[in-house]
Design a protein around this ligand. Sequence first.
Ligand code: ADP
Ligand code: MG
Length: 301
Amino acid sequence: MKIAILSRKKSLYSTTALFEAAKARGHEVLVINPLRCYMNITSHNPTIHYKGEKLDDVDAIIPRIGPSITFFGTAVVRQFEMMGTYSLNESVAITRSRDKLRSLQLLARKGIGLPVTGFANSTKFTEDLIEMVGGAPLVVKLVQGTQGIGVVLAENRQAAQSVIEAFQGLKANILVQEYIKEAKGRDIRCFVIDGKVMAAMERRAEEGEFRSNLHRGGSARVAKITPEERSTATRAAKIMGLNVCGVDLLRTNHGPVVMEVNSSPGLEGIEKATGKNLAERIIMFMEKQARSKSTRTKGKG
Ligand code: ADP
Ligand code: MG
């Protein structure tokens, strides 16, 4: 197959790992910066050009679209889908996963356990909003945040009120969420490929921090997950429509809750923590799936 990895940098661990795994399995691989693609949107012969050349013989793409380029990046994925190119994760599913509120609503609809979460536009009823999620301490999150940035723990009601009002004053979309204290600054990342949890790691926040993101100084180790955690992760992946994703769980007194589902999960932390070659697994899955013109949505949505 000819596989294109849509990534802004070839030197990133995940991009390199996927590149090498695909090469080792005998595929032709190229790394394409999605921001350098340009396209014509026509119903007869949609094409993508990259650095002056037409890209018309790619069989499959691996989107590694960073959150800062979701808008244009997913448009490029959609264009490939229109051309009949197989995409590891479809554009609609990536877009869905990038909006925390939308994701939580979809998961809630299907009965997945979630932290109690509130959302409001107006600053008028902040007190009631705080009450709705069970009072302080609580977590305030930017809807489109990532890597722990824009996630704030408000220890008491007064702090909660000020933080919520400050974010709303900036016209930022936020979620207000029950703080899961018993998680003790830890979460579980389940790496799902094709409806199966292929690896799981526990991330622990640094001393004095509640966010376990590796970008915020968290550390990772292999995790042993329960059957309930396994089924929660695979159901969440299915609901989001993602073939490959990272499902983040918090362990609560009443079982696992899903915090978020990531459509471009990093490989470095989890491959190092678990010793599993996930890049190779992803390529093997693509070999099974990627028959040319087999994309489901053809860029719908
Ligand atoms: P991001 O997309 O920026 O990673 P998350 O929603 O994953 O945002 O939150 C970042 C980290 O903060 C999580 O990995 C977790 O450790 C912690 N955290 C988030 N929400 C909660 C919560 N409701 N209760 C306890 N800890 C939380
Ligand atoms: Mg996270």
